[in-house]
Ligand binder design. Structure first.
Ligand code: HEC
Ligand code: HEC
Ligand code: HEC
Ligand code: HEC
Ligand code: HEC
Ligand code: HEC
Ligand code: HEC
Ligand code: HEC
Length: 503
């Protein structure tokens, strides 16, 4: 196998600017390079590859042809940013190790990238994305650690064992807490891992290569919808599926070559206009907004919890500085993206449709569903005493899926123009599981409570009353035969007309 020489067989995406040609030494403030790439201050663009990097390449060009090649395609290569410039470490850093004469670390954390990319790192570090590892202490985590898993995976960092379900599932999207073992190697329960909110040995949160695949760090790759789809998919947040179903996705795949994905300047309406990708709407530049690495700044609603919240409310709860940016300001930001292609009136009408669906979900299912679940849990705790455990009875799964699966799907799908997910994977599943499963299970809990001690009976009575109130409400009374006769008659007539046509 022939080792490639730097500077010859590697291809460029673009011709290197003349001031980057070897031999010309220049100290460049990055903002000089291009309006859209340029956020770091005091960056020294070297004239040539550093001696240290040349040494790395001496071995690794043959050892890891792929890494060497990918790096050769990168902007970093053109800018003479080599292996050592990224992998260098300082004495005393927990994951630093001596390696053939240089002190390096395997992990290149956001803190390392921030030596050159201040703005991106700052925005990212203040976003929900970088905090995605924190949820590993949340309630859902009992799923992977206890209910689905066990403590069978033992490593140096986890002598008492850790769940392989958490390691291979949740952590790969949300991020691990990386542990360094005594020999300086990263503990295999915690690495490899490029989860979004990975907690790094240097204390920084997040992983840039959750999106930017090493070692090319290509903007075309990161702007692709599939990039986000690694994590944003599946029953509880099917954004990539929604995108594929939407007109936006259809146009993207039909006209990918007109998307100008490789261009360093990528302003919607100027550099491309056939379709928006995830990045377009949530991160990329418009005529009047720069690129942002805080993906929360264009969404008004947080559709993750059981009840719809506004994004600034959850940001406040998480202690993020963006809490001062209100939901309405974020919505205005998103509208700036839409109007690069659509008329304002069209966009406003879309939001009216979407917000009506949020309201429907919240009022019909989420509010009563949550109140019923809390009361049912009180009953079950009273009946079962110390043997009560969440997720050991079906009703826990039923309610969890109502809000966490179908309840999210319906909201996410309406926000991104995916009608099948809104209807058949959303509203239909909500109705089916509410009336077909949840209500019967609640009735069983009531019966169990009524057969129990005085306290159980009292709580079961309260649950019974609450269920009856919900079912007698306007949204649900049809299910106990109490629909307004006028409304029912009107619908029956329409049904008859419909059937006439198919006779
Ligand atoms: C003398 C040859 C040589 C030089 C010089 C060299 N490496 Fe390595 N490097 C290796 C070998 C061999 C391995 C181990 C391969 C293995 O065990 O999988 C390795 C492993 C690594 C690893 C992975 C370590 C791990 O624990 O997973 C990284 C990262 C790395 N090198 C980066 C660098 C950087 C950055 C430089 C320059 C500062 C460099 N190397 C210089 C030969 C070299
Ligand atoms: C722009 C910064 C950057 C540059 C330049 C860079 N790396 Fe990396 N490298 C990373 C990141 C980020 C990771 C992922 C580490 C992690 O977070 O798990 C990585 C991972 C690695 C790994 C471990 C993963 C694996 O697949 O084995 C090796 C080895 C490595 N780099 C070698 C190199 C070599 C050799 C060069 C020079 C040819 C180089 N790197 C240049 C950022 C960089
Ligand atoms: C030592 C400085 C330095 C470090 C460290 C560094 N970069 Fe860069 N990066 C640059 C320079 C210089 C450019 C080229 C800017 C240009 O061409 O406009 C660049 C360009 C990029 C680009 C744009 C690529 C394109 O095609 O437009 C991305 C993405 C990127 N870096 C990500 C990262 C990530 C992620 C890390 C950490 C893992 C990192 N960089 C570490 C200096 C650095
Ligand atoms: C395929 C990647 C993936 C896996 C695996 C995964 N998640 Fe998530 N998780 C996500 C994404 C993406 C979101 C954000 C969804 C959205 O905003 O639509 C999320 C959101 C969450 C939230 C809500 C955070 C908030 O801000 O309210 C919690 C809690 C959570 N996940 C816990 C877990 C747990 C625990 C596991 C393992 C049992 C897990 N996740 C597995 C990708 C994943
Ligand atoms: C959620 C995915 C995602 C993560 C995580 C991410 N980036 Fe980016 N990044 C992007 C996208 C998308 C673009 C392209 C934006 C555009 O030009 O439209 C980009 C562009 C860039 C650029 C090119 C300059 C620019 O603003 O266009 C740099 C530099 C960069 N990212 C650095 C980083 C660093 C450093 C980190 C880690 C702190 C990081 N990114 C984390 C998605 C991500
Ligand atoms: C490695 C997994 C992963 C990738 C890749 C990923 N995300 Fe995320 N994303 C998450 C997780 C996990 C959350 C939930 C974070 C939390 O609240 O704990 C999230 C949350 C979000 C949010 C909600 C943020 C907020 O403030 O409420 C948006 C919007 C988002 N992602 C968009 C994107 C886009 C756009 C891309 C691609 C450019 C992307 N994500 C790539 C894992 C990922
Ligand atoms: C046409 C623009 C557009 C595109 C393309 C788009 N989104 Fe969205 N996205 C939105 C809008 C609008 C919302 C809802 C905003 C609000 O609630 O205020 C949203 C909401 C979200 C949320 C928040 C969900 C939550 O739980 O609160 C995530 C995560 C997300 N999008 C990820 C993605 C991913 C991943 C892709 C690509 C597969 C994508 N989006 C494509 C416009 C877009
Ligand atoms: C880069 C251009 C572009 C951007 C930005 C964009 N769209 Fe679109 N949108 C399109 C195209 C193209 C279509 C398909 C047009 C058609 O079918 O005639 C479309 C279709 C739609 C539709 C019709 C859906 C259907 O199934 O009929 C809605 C609604 C919509 N977009 C809303 C939005 C919203 C809301 C935003 C901002 C969050 C947005 N778009 C951003 C290009 C864009």
């Amino acid at each position: 196998m022939r080792a490639l020489r730097v500077n010859s067989p590697v291809r460029f995406h673009f011709a290197p600017p003349s001031f980057l040609r070897p031999g010309v030494l220049l100290i460049v403030v990055l903002s000089f390079l291009s309006a859209h790439h340029s956020h770091a201050a005091d960056l020294v663009i070297p004239a040539d590859l550093s001696v240290e990097t040349q040494r790395c390449i001496g071995c690794h060009a043959a050892l890891n042809v792929n890494i060497y090649q990918q790096w050769g395609y990168s902007r970093h290569f053109t800018a003479k940013i080599g292996c050592y410039e990224c992998h260098q470490a300082k004495k005393g850093e927990p994951d630093a190790f001596e390696h053939n004469g240089a002190l390096i670390a395997v992990i290149v954390s956001p803190k390392d990238c921030s030596r050159c990319h201040v703005k991106e790192v700052d925005e990212f570090e203040n976003s929900h994305h970088s905090k995605a590892g924190r949820i590993m202490g949340s309630l859902d985590n009992v799923l992977a650690e206890v209910i689905e898993g066990n403590k069978g995976m033992k490593t140096e960092a986890f002598p008492g064992g850790i769940s392989a379900a958490a390691v291979n599932g949740c952590w790969q999207c949300h991020g691990s807490v990386v542990k360094v073992n005594k020999n300086g190697k990263l503990d295999p329960a915690t690495w490899p891992n490029t989860g979004m909110g990975r907690v790094n040995p240097d204390g920084s949160e997040g992983s840039c290569s959750a999106c930017h695949q090493r070692h090319e760090f290509s903007v075309a790759q990161v702007r692709q919808p599939e990039n986000c789809g690694k994590c944003h998919m599946g029953p509880d947040h099917p954004q990539i599926e929604l995108y594929q179903e939407s007109k936006h996705g259809i146009n993207f795949y039909a006209n990918k070559e007109r998307m100008n994905l490789q261009s360093s300047k990528w302003v919607v309406g100027e550099d491309y206009s056939v379709a928006p990708t995830c990045a377009t709407c949530h991160m990329s530049a418009t005529k009047d907004m720069p690129v942002t690495h805080n993906v929360g700044l264009r969404i008004k609603y947080n559709n993750r919890p059981p009840l719809v919240k506004q994004a600034h409310e959850t940001d406040a709860a998480w202690g993020l500085p963006s809490a001062k940016i209100t939901g309405d300001m974020r919505k205005d930001n998103m509208i700036k993206v839409c109007v690069a292609c659509h008329n304002r009136n069209f966009v406003d009408a879309f939001y009216t449709q979407y917000e009506a669906q949020l309201q429907l979900y919240n009022e019909k299912w989420a509010k009563p569903g949550l109140a019923l679940y809390n009361k049912a849990t009180e009953v079950l705790k009273a009946v079962k005493g110390s043997s009560y455990a969440m997720y050991s009875q079906m009703i826990d799964y039923t309610w969890f899926e109502l809000w966490h699966h179908e309840g999210r799907r319906v909201r996410h799908a309406a926000s991104m123009q995916a009608p099948d997910y809104t209807q058949w994977h959303g509203n239909y599943d909500l109705a089916r599981n509410f009336y077909g499963q949840y209500v019967p299970e609640l009735r069983t809990v009531i019966a169990e409570g009524k057969a129990g001690d005085a306290n159980s009976q009292k709580l079961a009575g309260e649950l019974d009353a609450l269920l009856s109130k919900v079912l007698n409400s306007e949204d649900h009374s049809w299910s106990i035969g109490k629909e307004d006769p006028a409304v029912k008659a009107e619908r029956d007539q329409r049904r008859q007309e419909f059937q006439e046509r198919y006779k």
